[in-house]
Design a protein around this ligand. Sequence first.
Ligand code: GDP
Length: 198
Amino acid sequence: MPLNFTKVEFVRSAAKRTDFLRDGLPQFAFAGRSNVGKSSVINRLVNRKNLAYVGASPGKTTQINYFLVDQGAYLVDLPGYGYAKVPQAEKERWAKLMESYFQDEGKLITAGVLIVDSRHKPTENDRTMHRWFRETGCPEIVVANKLDKLKKSQIEPALTLIRETLELGEGDALVPFSAEKGTGKEELIGLLNRACRR
Ligand code: GDP
């Protein structure tokens, strides 16, 4: 049975490894630089306006938020990266939290969702996050968000630039997406359900 993403509830926030959930349910980890639209993508997937907080301010960047989907999997909202104004101490807290989650001996991540901006070449930070997902060995889905901001003729070149920058192969998933319009939602849900069954 595919997961019903509209049946969703907030479970907890984690700021350190002892807070991580380890009950064996699949975990879909969502990552992206701040303002890329990560909250909007999550809200779109679950059909809510405000489940993941849109426009979270600097200072809230060091928590992992867990949402339970259909009693069958967790949607894990990783803290965004790339805020210019974040103090060094907070950047270090972020890095430590990410490292604990990605390198946990429980191999917590079932599938990674890396959200990038379809209008721009993936940043250095995007590439680092991409490498971290690859190093876990889990399937990764790259989501090219804000597609509605591109003209039709710009879409293919933009997707090619993302594929090249992240060195995606033929079989690597890249989903053109618009949190604003809903484009790509069913494809992403299909890929997550498939990752669950592996
Ligand atoms: P987050 O910091 O990554 O969680 O980003 P948010 O979800 O808060 O989105 C940042 C801004 O981008 C907000 O103003 C959103 O309305 C806007 N946004 C997010 N996704 C899209 C999209 O697909 N299309 C357009 N046009 N705007 C978007």
